[in-house]
Design a protein around this ligand. Structure first.
Ligand SMILES: Nc1nc2c(c(=O)[nH]1)N[C@H]1C(S)=C(S)[C@@H](COP(=O)(O)O)O[C@H]1N2
Ligand SMILES: [Mo]
Length: 421
């Protein structure tokens, strides 16, 4: 591993500065959600979060948005956006959950080391980034583990049991990555095939891996990448990666490194477990027990890059208690933004009959696409379904379990909502 020097300030100093910004916990709660007495609530785990989020891991501040809330907004507000971290947010690392925005001092002192196989390594500040032309990207942010809970129908997979709420539709704004790197005139060596981004957060033990992700220099998705300074028109909340986050629109959450402190040009991919073993999909179908969560290597698997095409029903949900008759089924669809989503079909009778939905023109290729279709809903137990297809012919498997994998990533089976009509 490279011996890295973190930002000029120590973690302790950072924390003191973050604390100086003032801490007040708790905002309005989410409707319709009861939580077990004594169980930690989202509003006390992350500053500024609505109460009533679905908690997957209180210690790591991992939480999911209830669909009944997610569906109320086109752009997901920060107070209900899901969150995912990998290290406990105790002590020095608590600033990113106890403040909604990094303090002015932190922003002033934040540096990104741009280094590796380059002639002239550089240190970039937030002020440097602010001077550059800024561009917006509306993109779905989705954890690669979103939908993991559904794999349990074959065999339960370890990790947060996400249903469909580990995602949001977010407006990012920042500096286009490629032109910015070029402007630094660092003279990148020809053997530098990979760009690695690392976040500020660090494992509790020195043997653990930093949160680092690598991208092939030739990856076309990097053409759209930005070093984001704003989320939904405001400085990025600390818990969503402020003051600066690498956004690769259309890529799974883990590829969007929060709190970026390093951009390294390397001959190889980062040896971080988050690149080499975690967040990977096997290159072949696997059966439970035949291929384990630690059996991944560079050759038998690939990183979770672009979103597998997916659609999710937002309405009606069981709590809407729809009546028999004509029903309007709505929801969202998205993919990696590489091809137009041409079709969304819905069914209100468990897949016997399908109806073509109307797709509202999306705000960007990576944004979620709202769809809507009318169908007849009969009395009794009914299963609603939706399935999206894009111009490359990519579609969602009727049986999502065919993509079962030991770490439970990339669920994109046809979505099903079971109703008692
Ligand atoms: N620095 C850093 N970046 C990170 C992570 C992390 O733990 N540390 N988690 C990743 C994962 S797995 C996901 S799903 C998203 C979650 O983003 P959010 O917390 O803003 O919703 O951040 C990604 N970027
Ligand atoms: Mo994730």
């Amino acid at each position: 591993m490279l011996n890295r020097k973190k930002n000029h300030l120590s973690r302790r100093q950072f924390n003191a500065l973050a604390g100086a910004a003032g801490i007040t916990l708790g905002t309005g709660g989410l409707s319709g959600l009861a939580r077990a007495a004594g169980a930690p609530d989202s509003a006390t785990i992350i500053h500024g979060k609505a109460s009533g989020m679905i908690i997957h891991n209180a210690k790591l501040a991992v939480m999911e948005t209830p669909l009944a809330e997610l569906r109320k907004h086109d752009i997901t507000p920060k107070n209900i956006l899901f969150n995912r971290f990998h290290y406990p947010h105790e002590g020095d690392a608590s600033w990113y959950v106890t403040t909604s925005a990094p303090s002015a001092e932190m922003v002033k002192n934040w540096t990104i080391r741009v280094d590796g196989l380059v002639q002239r390594p550089r240190t970039v500040t937030i002020a440097d980034l602010q001077k550059q032309p800024q561009e917006k990207r509306i993109s779905v942010l989705q954890c690669a583990g979103n939908g993991r809970a559904y794999y349990a129908a074959k065999q339960k997979v370890g990790g947060g049991q996400w249903h469909n709420g580990g995602m949001g539709n977010v407006e990012w704004e920042g500096v286009p990555l490629r032109p910015f790197i070029e402007s630094l005139k660092m003279e990148i060596a020809p053997q530098a095939h990979w760009l690695t981004a690392e976040g500020w957060d660090q494992p509790a033990t020195p043997v653990g891996s930093d949160f680092a992700k690598s991208y092939h220099i030739g990856d076309k998705a990097l053409d759209h990448a930005i070093l984001a300074l704003k989320m939904n028109g405001e400085p990025i909340p600390a818990q969503n990666g402020g003051p600066v986050r690498l956004i690769i629109p259309g890529y799974y959450g883990n590829m969007n490194v929060k709190m970026v402190t390093e951009l390294l040009f390397m001959a190889e991919q980062s040896p971080s477990v988050f690149q080499s073993v975690g967040y990977r999909m096997p290159n072949f179908p696997v059966e439970p027990g035949k291929f384990g969560a630690n059996d991944y290597n560079w050759y038998n698997s690939r990183p979770t890059y672009g979103h597998a095409i997916k659609s999710v029903i937002f309405s009606p949900l069981p709590e809407d208690k729809p009546k028999a008759g004509t029903v309007t089924i709505t929801g969202v669809a998205f993919n990696d933004g590489e091809a137009k989503i041409t079709d969304v079909e819905v069914s209100a009778d468990g897949g016997k009959t399908w109806h073509k939905a109307t797709i509202k023109p999306p705000a960007s290729p990576w944004a979620w696409h709202h769809f809507s279709a009318k169908a007849h809903l009969a009395k009794g137990k009914q299963t609603l379904m939706c399935r999206a297809t894009d111009a490359l012919g990519r579609t969602q498997p009727m049986d999502g379990l065919t993509r079962w994998n030991p770490r439970g990533y990339e669920w994109n089976g046809v979505d099903r909502v079971v109703l008692d009509v």
